[in-house]
Design a protein around this ligand. Sequence first.
Ligand code: SAM
Length: 258
Amino acid sequence: MLTQQPERTDQLQQRIEELGPWFHNMRLAGVETAPNHFLGDYPAIKFAAFRHVVPQDLSGATVLDIGCNAGFYSMEMKRRGAERVLGIDTDPHYLRQARFAAELEGVDVEFRRMAVWQIAELGEKFDLVIFMGVLYHLRHPLLALDLIHEHAARDLMLFQTMQRGSRETIPVDEDYEFNQSAPFDEPGYPKMHFIEKRYSHDETNWWVPNRACTEAMLRSAGFSIEAHPEDEVYLCRWQPVETPPDGPHCVYPARGPE
Ligand SMILES: C[S@@+](CC[C@H](N)C(=O)[O-])C[C@H]1O[C@@H](n2cnc3c(N)ncnc32)[C@H](O)[C@@H]1O
């Protein structure tokens, strides 16, 4: 077995440090990008808990990884044989890392700077959409799910969100009377917590749902829950939604001229 030459490893270590800080701990030619990550060996330890629900063989499939960061999941999907993987992220810092990592590992993934709000511009539907760790960073979370449903997802969506509050879920009624307010105080009623200031020292955390709210939003946006392999992670499947008489749920981007 060939071992890394010490001077090559030093150069790689230096380049990895220049590209830091990293949120994804990747092993690039044996060198870890974020060995002291506050979540441990992230995302590898997270992925270990749900990797079995993602199709092992993605031959011929197309994948869109929204909020791809340094590309850990994008590269994993390409390694599972996906024909095409597109990773998008708003942050050029993370995209630089992703391009560097994929090139070094010889994994063919396209990375583009793009926000979830722009996915209609792709004009393409994907067999698997990965939407992990982004929802709670958005000021308009349900709109993002609606846009994914309408413009990008064809079949599966791998989804994750931070959750806080009760883990209970209660069946909600079809309708309630105006003076019925008690259901809102049930721990298992869907609720989103709004972060006006900061949570976990991060000004990009905006909305944190409880479990019931996560699941209700997924269903409401037209995604059935096929698997729930760990607390925060869901494998979902696209379902048709009834279009309201005034048009699809998404009102953004605005409809063009009639
Ligand atoms: C917590 S990280 C999650 C990274 C990765 N998906 C994972 O699960 O490990 C959130 C990522 O979403 C990106 N992001 C934030 N807002 C976004 C948006 N509006 N559209 C696309 N990406 C976004 C951030 O730049 C960051 O890379």
